[in-house]
Design a protein around this ligand. Structure first.
Ligand SMILES: CC(C)(COP(=O)(O)OP(=O)(O)OC[C@H]1O[C@@H](n2cnc3c(N)ncnc32)[C@H](O)[C@@H]1OP(=O)(O)O)[C@@H](O)C(=O)NCCC(=O)NCCS
Length: 243
């Protein structure tokens, strides 16, 4: 199949080198003035679906977006940018106009859902590691209304995650959250506020547990524990040897 473009609109610009993409790529557009660019060596396994006008989807080079759900934009003037060398299952849900998602170079995800159902931005830095069952949202999807004023009080807000952040399994990042570079969020945590750089934060809501730390993708193996190292009494050692 290679590259399949279904363009049902006008002034749509698709910049994909069919010979340079990794495998097959389907791009479906209903609307006008949209711009899609997919860099060399990249793939989007479930394709890209746009319904709306003036949206931008830029995927860098050597990025592989996996999973069964297409990158999907419904609305106008949204922007989705994923950098170079990113990898993993990313579901990005755009159902409003003027929202933005930016993922920095080298960021990887096991499985993540990004909810952009209101016109706000999610910014995720470079070299982040997102484990499975991660949800990042700028919106609560429904309104909380103050009884006196009759006004909505749970406004949508931007989410900003720095460079080299590790979100472990099953982390939720809510509207307005900010996570500083180099930080680690513990499994099952819900981040609702600000987490400083180079810290471990965990819990519901996430609170700082450690400071002055960073993390590495490599697992630094520790020396295996040898059971006879703890034996200080030579008679005990001798008795064990005789058994
Ligand atoms: C975040 C994490 C890496 C921190 O590990 P650590 O630095 O060794 O931290 P500790 O286990 O010593 O815990 C430090 C404190 O944070 C608390 N804490 C750690 N993880 C927590 C969590 N997920 N929720 C709530 N509290 C947590 C501990 O109870 C401890 O509190 P205390 O000081 O009051 O006793 C680890 O807790 C974690 O979540 N691991 C999961 C990693 C993962 O999902 N890997 C999958 C592949 S990416």
């Amino acid at each position: 199949m290679g590259l399949e473009i279904q363009d049902q609109g006008s002034n749509n610009r698709v910049e994909v080198d069919a010979d340079a993409i990794d495998g097959d790529l389907r791009i479906a557009i209903q609307g006008d003035g949209n711009h899609v660019r997919v860099g060399p060596g990249s793939s989007v396994s479930a394709g890209i679906d746009i319904v709306g006008n003036e949206n931008t989807v830029i995927i860098g080079s050597r990025t592989r977006l996996l999973g069964d759900v297409p990158l999907e934009i419904q609305g106008d003037g949204n922007s989705l940018r994923v950098g170079d060398r990113c990898y993993g299952a990313l579901v990005a849900r755009f159902t409003s106009s003027g929202a933005g998602l930016e993922v920095g170079d080298g960021t990887t995800f096991q499985s993540v859902l990004m909810s952009l159902d209101e016109p706000k931005r999610i910014t995720l830095g470079k070299d982040c590691l997102l484990a499975g069952a991660i949800w990042i949202t700028v919106t609560d999807m429904h309104s909380i209304v103050d009884l006196d004023s009759g006004k909505r009080i749970n406004s949508a807000k931007d989410v900003v995650i720095g460079d080299h952040v590790w979100l472990t399994m099953n982390v939720t990042v809510l509207k307005g959250a900010r996570i500083g570079s180099g930080s680690i969020i513990g499994t099952g945590s819900v981040v609702a506020g600000e987490i400083p750089a180079n810290s471990v934060a965990a819990g519901v809501p996430a609170r700082v547990q450690r400071t002055n730390v960073t993390w590495k993708r490599d697992l630094i193996r520790e020396e295996p524990h040898r059971s006879d190292e703890r034996e200080t009494d030579p008679t005990v050692t001798h008795a064990i040897r005789r058994l």
